[in-house]
Every structure is written in structure tokens, then in C-alpha cells.
Unconditional design. Sequence first.
Length: 376
Amino acid sequence: MIIGIFLEKFTKTELVKDPGLIAMGLVNNGFKVKIFAHESSSEVSEKFPTESLSEEQQNQSDYWKKSGIETLIIYSWLSLRYSKLICAAKSAGLKVILKLDSDGNLIHPLKPSYLKVFGLDKKIISKTIHLLRIVQWWIFPQFISKKKIQQIKNCDSLIIETPIAAKNLKYSLSFWHQLPLAEKIKIIPNPITDWPEKVEVKKNIITAIGRWDDTRKNSAGLVTTLSKLKSTWQIQLIGQGSAELAVKIKKSNPEISIQGIEKLSHTEVLQKLTEAKIIFAPSIAESFNLAVAEGLCCGCSFIGGPLPSFIYFSNNGETGFVTKDNKTESFKTALESEIIKWENGGYDAIKIYSYWRKELGLENVSQKIIKLINSL
């Protein structure tokens, strides 16, 4: 069987994230995989058969009939721009699976989580797009929702990453009297791999990782929380903008031990996570936070706000804590409690990483996807 994966932009970055890992997992299990993208890098084509296609081609049934594949996994997020693609692939006789990469807030009466922040960054175009999206969801919620529901009707199955995300999507389907469509929803987390074989002795380190220019990551909340945290534990910020944030925090909280690291290789990030005890993610919106998932697989506990993927990562309090809101005081109190829990022996790094390496391991996730494909 040849399985196609469609993602508009498939680059070197995606190879170490779920699109590339899922492709590799399928190959490891004896399947042939073909990547379809508008834009791809040489690293992708070196690893997998890759075909560039235009928007016009993606919407043609004849194109997919000649593609040589039997199943197509589409990274769609239920975006309306993929409606014609889904219809074209189905009319070509393909099994169509939609990868939602979402917290489930996709259909009215729920609102997309990206509306929680005023643009993904400070650029004018980002702010403009945000305003257009607000207008779109304010004026045309019924039209948009019906189009998204039609996508669900047209596909064979949906993959969503966490139980609460699935619950959110089912709620919206129930609102539109389309609950039978919920049978198509399958909960399959994103895979993690390449973690260090050994986790050495943990140190008193709190790590936060992110592209801090992305407003969803909530750099403001990070700064205000750590500016008020009184602890001898070391703080490590990793990612674009970390150095500047560390300076701000140090200025407000001179006694804190903090380091900002702008760039590290993926291997170096994982090594930092094996040393840390806590990974802190103050994000306002997330579908499935890769850094947190990797932190858990390296034996860290987790602190974050009440997001669907974060609730999943907390594992009912066994591997972390989810705050009731995204306020500074809630994050600060949670971090202080987490520090005490570690100091009192309340966490076992081996137990944490053993659970999550099994749960998020590439083989486990691959087998779930294969089982889904074979069931269609």
C-alpha cells in the first residue's frame, strides 16, 4: 500500500515534527509513503518520494487517480481551502484521512483558539489577518461551520490529538445535530522520537521553550510570572527572543538565576530537557506542544494553562499540573508547588519518561494510524 501525505509546506523542519515522523513510522512498518506539497526542501525529497503540485492540481480528481496512492492523509485543520481537495481525492477513489492538529475549537459555537491573541506576531499583516478572521467568525459562523461539517462528511476519518480536543469537536457536531459524524473521529497523539537513551541525574532547573515572538506562546505571561518567582532554582529559556526576555526578568527579579539561549540544535534541546526537572509553558493557545511532549519524554514534569493538550499532558496530575487560568498568580503558585513536590520526592523522572515514551513513541502512534487505515 502506498500512503500519501499532503502538507502545503514540507521542509526540513517538518521532518523532525509529526509530519516527518509519521511518514517515517509508516515506512518503518513496511508501507510506502509519498509526500505531496506545494513547497518542499531537498532534505524531504532525499528521505521520501516527493511530488510538487499546484493548487489547481490538488483540486483535480484525475491528478489523484494518477498519483499511485491508495490513502491520502491531509493536514487540513478543517480549513475551507481544502474542501475541493478532499472532494477530488474522494472522487478519485482514495481513502481520505484529515489530520486536524487542533484543540478541537474548529466549529461554531466554539471559536478558533487563534482568536485569543491579536495576531500571531507584531506585524501589521498579522494584525490585519486577525481582524478579518474576527469579522469572518462574527458574520459567517453558520456558513463556515456547514462547510467544515461537509468536509467531515466527505472524508473517511479524522485524526485529532487529544481527548479534550475530540470532546470539543463532538460538542460542536452535536450543536449542529451531526453527532453521528463523531464516529469518524480518532484520537491519536503526535509522535516523539530521538530522545536521549539515558536521563542522567536531574538538576533543579525550570525550562521554557518557544518562539517567543509568537503571541500564542505568551512571552508577557512568562516574564511577569518569572519576575515574581522567588526560588534558587535555575531558569533556562530556549528559543528565539530568549536572551531579551531573560534580561527583562533579571532586571525585575535580580536574585533569580536565569539564562536565555537563542539557538540550539534539536539534540542539544533534548539534552537540556534531560537535565531539567520542570518544563513551563504559559501558552494561551496550542494544538499539541512539541517541546512539552519532548520534556515529558525526558522525565520533566509540566506546568501549563487549561488547554486541551496540556490537560492530556498532565495525566491527571501524575506528570504535571494544569492551572485554572493563564494568570500570573496561578502560574507562580503552580511553579512554587511543583518545586516543593520535586524537593519532597513527589516525582520520579523514570516513571514520567517511561509512561510518555510508551504513549508517544513512534511505534505506538504508527500502529494506531495503521489500524485506522486498515479499518477504512
